[in-house]
Design a protein around this ligand. Structure first.
Ligand code: HEC
Ligand code: HEC
Ligand code: HEC
Length: 432
């Protein structure tokens, strides 16, 4: 795979030599004196703050234990680690000397103030959809932060991927600059949801699969993808959960963070729910409207109650069933919390037969949740799912996962569970 990539990049490089140089060149935009915080209307700054939440700027631009927005957060990509940058208004190491024009060019075109091309791990391929007004509000917000000195960290990506010039080739192939265009056939609320999903909140950055060169595959929008050893499940009709993601379920998942018929936003989805918390309620309704349409929830609505009762009955202990050592292990470790005595699930203890983690073709999310747990700070506030990483061996986790797959779904068993568990455990240990 790596060889193929190299060939593609080298081919791009050669193709470029003639006309490419002119095409790739962007001028530097002259530095300006930092505008004072008081020069922006407070309402504009407040709107920018909400937008910064809905765009998760802090999640990527803050290193573990570092100061907010000072960058240095490492993003692991197949091409090597890429570090985010300081976006506080420090004139030397941040964006303090950037004019609004320079900031808008970065957001809309992925070009830094000095004219160099930015890498698409910065979601400019989505931010290009932002209106000029929203970019202005973001600019006002960031320029009103306290400047912090924090020099940029050198990226770990190897030659030739580190040549910023070549990014122009990537853009030529995969980047469609331009503001959001509303669909006149759809409601204003749907269009607001689409604006957020495609632009500011870039749901596709995790939920849409990418090609070998790291670009989202536009023909498979929200088709589901792997991110940081988790799966961002499909948000289309291909979503594997027994109950459809209806408008109400989506709203509950995106705002409080828990849906009764599905589960909880954990792992990389948790900071998303946290960031969306800054947006007004109407925006969360808009996102739910857009995705409920996209996943065709209405078509599946008549089957919800059947799917839920089937799931609830699969969890009930079977009278007179033969002895099952895996069932016993599951009961001992999990069933004290994950039982539902009624025929409707409670949000406080997600019914595992309804949870996507058990139905996805990749077991990563189930393994992640078992090993890491969900702390009281994540997921639903104050609810704790204990971490079993220290208490259960890889073999035990594999038995529980295989047991849930075998009893809660009619899907084929997961191959190579043990290897996957060992890999995720290594990943978790390395991060700590
Ligand atoms: C998915 C992670 C991610 C998110 C979300 C993100 N950024 Fe970034 N951003 C990056 C990375 C990584 C870079 C550095 C790219 C490079 O080196 O080419 C960057 C670069 C930038 C730059 C260019 C800085 C420079 O010195 O050239 C600006 C401006 C910026 N981001 C603003 C924002 C704003 C505003 C938001 C929220 C609306 C945001 N970013 C959200 C990862 C992210
Ligand atoms: C940083 C990556 C990332 C971004 C951005 C992201 N998601 Fe997710 N999403 C995930 C992951 C990972 C999961 C699985 C979480 C879990 O199992 O607890 C997930 C789960 C979900 C689920 C539950 C699916 C299921 O079947 O269980 C929904 C719904 C969802 N995301 C919607 C969205 C929406 C809407 C947006 C944009 C507003 C979004 N996501 C942005 C990574 C992301
Ligand atoms: C002490 C109670 C408790 C025990 C024991 C427990 N869980 Fe949980 N589990 C929870 C709670 C509470 C949640 C919901 C967390 C939230 O909403 O923040 C949860 C959530 C989950 C989820 C859903 C995650 C998502 O992203 O939607 C899965 C899967 C899960 N647990 C599996 C298990 C398995 C497997 C076991 C046994 C190894 C287990 N749990 C043991 C309390 C528990």
């Amino acid at each position: 795979m790596f060889k193929k990539l190299l060939i593609a990049i080298v081919a791009l490089g050669c193709l470029g030599l003639a006309g490419f140089a002119a095409l790739a060149w962007r001028p530097a935009i002259a530095p300006v004196a930092r505008p004072t915080a008081g020069s922006f209307a407070p309402e504009l700054v407040a709107r920018g703050e909400a937008l910064a939440g809905g765009g998760y700027c802090a999640a990527c631009h803050t290193a573990k234990g570092g100061e907010k927005f000072t960058g240095g957060y490492a993003m692991e990509t197949p091409f090597g680690a890429i570090y985010s940058t300081n976006i506080t208004p420090d004139p030397e190491t941040g964006i303090g000397s950037w004019s609004e024009t320079a900031f808008r060019r970065a957001m809309h075109e992925g070009v830094s103030r000095d004219g160099s091309h930015l890498l698409p791990v910065f979601s400019y391929d989505h931010f290009t959809k932002l209106s000029d007004d929203d970019v202005r509000a973001l600019y006002a917000y960031f320029m009103s932060r306290t400047p912090v000195r924090a020099p940029r960290k050198a990226n770990g990506i190897p030659f030739p991927f580190n040549i910023r010039y070549l990014q122009a080739g990537w853009k030529l192939l995969f980047f469609a600059p331009g503001r959001f265009k509303p669909d006149a056939e759809k409601s204003a609320e749907w269009n607001r949801g689409a604006y957020l999903a495609l632009g500011l909140s870039h749901c596709g950055a995790c939920h849409t699969p990418r090609n070998l060169l790291g670009a989202e595959i536009s023909g498979n929008a929200y088709g589901g993808a792997v991110i940081d050893n988790w799966v961002a499940p499909p948000l289309t009709a291909a979503n594997p959960a027994p109950a459809p993601w209806t408008y109400e379920e989506l709203y509950d998942y995106l705002r409080p963070g828990t849906s009764k018929l599905h589960g909880t936003a954990a792992g990389p989805m948790f900071p998303v729910v946290q960031g969306l918390g800054a947006l007004p309620d109407s925006d969360i309704h808009a996102l739910a409207t857009y995705f409920a349409d996209l996943d065709k929830a209405a078509d599946r609505l008549p089957y919800v109650s059947g799917a839920v009762s089937l799931a609830m009955s699969s969890a009930a202990a079977k009278q007179g069933a033969p002895f099952d050592a895996d069932a016993q292990l599951y009961t001992a470790a999990c069933a004290s919390c994950h039982y539902n005595a009624t025929n409707a699930p409670l949000a406080a203890r997600p019914d595992l037969a309804l949870n996507s983690a058990v139905h996805l073709s990749d077991p990563s999310n189930l393994i992640q949740v078992i090993l890491r747990g969900i702390s009281s700070a994540e997921g639903t506030p104050d609810f704790v799912m204990p971490a079993f990483g220290g208490a259960l061996s890889d073999a035990d986790v594999a038995r529980i996962a295989a047991y849930l797959r075998r009893t809660r779904t009619s899907l084929p068993p997961w191959p190579d569970l043990a290897a996957r568990i060992a890999e995720i455990r290594r990943h978790i240990n390395a991060a700590n």
